[in-house]
Write a protein that binds this ligand. Sequence first.
Ligand code: C2E
Ligand code: MG
Ligand code: MG
Ligand code: MG
Length: 281
Amino acid sequence: VRKSKETGKAEAYETRALDRARAQFAMETALRRAIDAEQLTLHYQPVCDLATGKIVAFEALARWTTEDGKIISPADFISVAEETGLIVPIGRWAIDGALRTLAEWDALAGGSCDVQMAVNISPIQLQRDHLPPVVEAALARHGLAGGRLKLELTESALIADPDRNAAMLRALKDTGASIAMDDFGTGYSNLAYLQRLPIDILKIDRSFVTDMMADRDKIAIVRAILSLAATLNMDTIAEGIESRDVSQTLAALGCTFGQGYAFSPPLPADDAYQLLLRCNS
Ligand code: C2E
Ligand code: MG
Ligand code: MG
Ligand code: MG
């Protein structure tokens, strides 16, 4: 029997949708197992003071190492975690793990190792979990002051449900943590709204930073974000700095902090601590 062209298309579409659903389900199952088998780890990337090169903070970034040693990027599993709700336990695990590492570094340093720790918070986690007590408990568990923790949120997390989010951010800030807006410039922040939120730091998205020297528009956007941040009394961190040139230009433009391969890629905890000793002593 010959199928019409249209029926064929519809069937092909259904097959693809089914394949996607199967792949998603396989990924979800594997991710659940990974959490139980402790195959998730955190790597740490330094945030540097652009004027001095000293490390002021580390950002904790999740990594998934599968049984066969393959490393899966958070870009590939965070979205599955969000769709399945697994982001709530993963998010709690990340806060706890990052603070545990920071407390270990303090112990090694025989006092405060003098850096902050930044943890990414998914918009879904912000909606579904009641984070303030989670943060508070993790700080207490590891004997850390709230000021040591930075929480990174994206614009999309904050745009939906502004009233609830403003209240949530205030409750999070009451723990002593500071709030950074991640990937700034890629979302649709309404500036009046931005001003009403208790945000301490704007992180300039790497799409404007990495090859900014070759693109006047990008330099103009970076300038505009820096001036906005200054007006709103916020600090700035440029993401994705891959060269000395870019780092120096950003410093000259008035950007305070930076992060990127030019300084260091994300590293396992031990290597990150060694880097801290080398850079800051
Ligand atoms: P992000 O928070 O914007 O993190 C920065 C990303 O840029 C990281 O990718 C980092 O490895 C990468 N990066 C750093 N420096 C450079 C550079 O110089 N050049 C380039 N091209 N890239 C650079 P990664 O680790 O793959 O993480 C991707 C995203 O996944 C993160 O973006 C964050 O949104 C999310 N993510 C990672 N860990 C977690 C987590 O524990 N929880 C949640 N909710 N999200 C996470
Ligand atoms: Mg981040
Ligand atoms: Mg970012
Ligand atoms: Mg980014």
